[in-house]
Design a protein around this ligand. Structure first.
Ligand code: TYD
Ligand code: MG
Length: 449
């Protein structure tokens, strides 16, 4: 029997009949990927150097092209999510929704399906759950429409063929890791299956102007298990992040060919499915107890200003070395801030265990969170509260200097909206609302001691 797949080095393109760890052509390790042999590859190509076999391209005036933006967009029924997508789901676009197992991907997509199926034909394909299971979820979410269809399949070939019929405006594929095409021997979820299935589906979607959402599970470290390769192929990559058990979950576009990548949609999981959080700052602050170690940070989640409580706890170390734990904040950054605090403010921290918690399960990715974390630690160690009227933002440099924060005006506006009187922030911000600080030591003396 003729081999139907081959192994291709992704670095140099050398082909092998069997998998090897190192490409003997270019020396790269672990670069072989199994791929189906396409028919065209079998034909003996003879290239006549003098005459090219190609034909002249048809070109058009760029002014005369109808932008894909002008095509209809399907609303997800979640206003913030539509903004994240640049105005809804674009017909003919392929989207990857990536997130940890259990975060709510299937739930979100079923809710979107229900909304889109009010007017358009929708097909939900699951390779993970049976029809009965999906129906149970659909009932729970109140999804009901005669335009909403379901199919269970793990065949990439069949799914592509179904999309090619052009009968549907939106197709959900849940999830890419369960799919396989028959030409390739490797197991579902492997790079070769994921790439080839992805390619088939994308080609079918583009040919028929069908919007497709592909679900991809990610590992704990946040990498797409296998389908990292898919990120390059699809038009939009949405990351679904947050705590699996309660707390806020955010959806953000990490790649978007039709919109900005700065917007986020914030959700919480209720018993009737996911619901958008209208005012996340108020919700995050509603249970606040103003104790020592508690500081309100004015931060940004994508483009969206948001106020979160940072909590610090300091306890005497029982063992020889102090323990440092951070939830929602980068541990390396915490260690760096502790070193700066010790060196620049003479606060003694080497005999204390320090814990940092960002309330509400938020993961901070904002250099301007430094000052709030530093003040929270100092406040916990000194056992003194920061005044209730303050929010904090600013980056802390290694010299203990307070550096500027981007989009300060948005942070200030959000703090004002929630009734705060002042912000402690970098001196570069020219606004009466901000009490300017230049140096970490000076800040602690003024506000914590
Ligand atoms: P699910 O969408 O299946 O996650 P994923 O597809 O990302 O693996 O569901 C996530 C969790 O949400 C699941 O543990 C049950 C819970 N859930 C609710 O709390 N309320 C609901 O209405 C639904 C449908 C699920
Ligand atoms: Mg699921």
């Amino acid at each position: 029997m003729k081999a139907r797949s081959q192994f291709v080095c992704q670095q140099c393109g050398a082909t092998y009949t069997k998998w090897v760890g190192q490409c003997s052509n270019c020396g790269e390790w672990n670069s072989l990927i199994e791929q189906a042999i396409e028919d065209t590859a079998d034909k003996k190509l003879t290239i006549d150097k003098a005459k090219s076999s190609g034909k002249k391209l048809d070109f058009v005036k760029i002014d005369s092209i109808i932008p894909s933006d002008a095509k209809a967009r399907l609303s997800t029924s979640f206003s913030d999510l539509d903004v994240v997508l640049g105005g809804g789901i674009l017909k003919g676009s392929v989207m990857l929704l990536a997130g940890q197992p259990g975060i709510g991907k299937s739930t979100l997509l079923m809710q979107i399906c229900a909304a889109v199926a009010k007017k358009n034909n929708v097909l939900y394909i699951s390779g993970e759950e049976s029809a009965g299971q999906v129906k149970l979820r659909a009932t729970r979410l109140g999804a009901k429409s005669d335009k909403l269809n379901f199919a269970a399949s793990t065949s990439g070939n069949d799914i592509a063929k179904t999309i090619e019929t052009g009968e549907f405006d939106l197709v959900i594929v849940d999830s890419i890791q369960t799919l396989a095409i028959s030409e390739i021997a490797s197991a579902p979820g492997t790079v070769s299956q994921v790439t080839n299935c992805g390619n088939l589906i994308i080609r079918a979607a583009k040919a028929t102007d069908t919007a497709v959402v592909i679900v991809g599970h990610v590992t704990k470290e946040g990498t797409l298990a296998g389908p990292k390769v898919l990120e390059h192929l699809v038009d939009v990559v949405l990351n679904f992040e947050g705590d699996r058990y309660g707390g806020f979950k955010t959806v953000r576009a990490v790649k978007n060919r039709f919109g900005s990548t700065n917007e986020v949609a914030i959700f919480e999981m209720l018993d009737k499915g996911l619901s958008e959080v209208e005012n996340p700052s108020a919700a995050l602050l509603s249970e606040r107890m103003n104790t020592d170690g508690s500081v309100i940070l004015a931060t940004l989640n994508g483009n969206r200003p948001i106020l979160v409580e940072i909590q610090a706890l300091a306890t005497p170390s029982n063992y020889g070395y102090p323990k440092r734990t951070a939830s929602g904040f980068d541990l390396n950054r915490l260690n760096l801030l502790i070193a700066v605090l010790e060196k620049r403010t003479k606060l003694k921290l080497s005999d204390k265990d320090i814990f940092i918690n960002v309330v509400g399960g938020m993961k901070l990715n904002d250099s301007a969170a430094d000052l709030a974390v530093a003040i929270a630690i100092a406040s916990a160690v000194a056992g003194r509260k920061l005044g209730e009227e303050y929010v904090v933002f600013g980056e802390v440099g290694l010299g203990g200097e307070i550096r500027s924060a981007f989009r300060a005006d948005q942070r200030i506006a959000e703090a004002k909206k929630l009734g705060f009187k002042h912000a402690i922030g970098p001196a570069t911000v020219k606004d009466k609302f901000v009490v300017p600080v230049r140096d970490l030591r000076e800040t602690l003396i003024r506000f914590v001691k």
